[in-house]
Design a protein around this ligand. Structure first.
Ligand SMILES: [Zn+2]
Length: 80
């Protein structure tokens, strides 16, 4: 059945695409949290207390979405 073979091929392509995405995600050392202004290895960037959760990592009992529950955010400290 030609249609079956086509479906199998499509499935394989989809699977390979997912694998590639997973590998791409794994290559990233650390995903930035929404509150992070820059990657940690960028020049002039330092950690600061998250203003949303005040360094507790939690807001109203749930994980802070700004710092990702770390209580810290990365901010540019150099004035340029
Ligand atoms: Zn926070």
């Amino acid at each position: 059945m030609a249609s079956l073979r086509a479906a199998a091929a499509a499935h394989r392509i989809r699977t390979e695409r997912v694998k590639r995405m997973e590998r791409h995600v794994q290559q990233d050392n650390e995903p930035l949290n929404p509150g992070d202004e820059a990657p940690p290895d960028a020049p002039g960037v330092g950690e600061d207390i998250c203003r949303a959760c005040h360094g507790t990592g939690k807001v109203e009992g749930t994980q802070c979405t700004v710092c990702g529950g770390t209580g810290k955010v990365l901010q540019g400290i150099g004035g340029g």
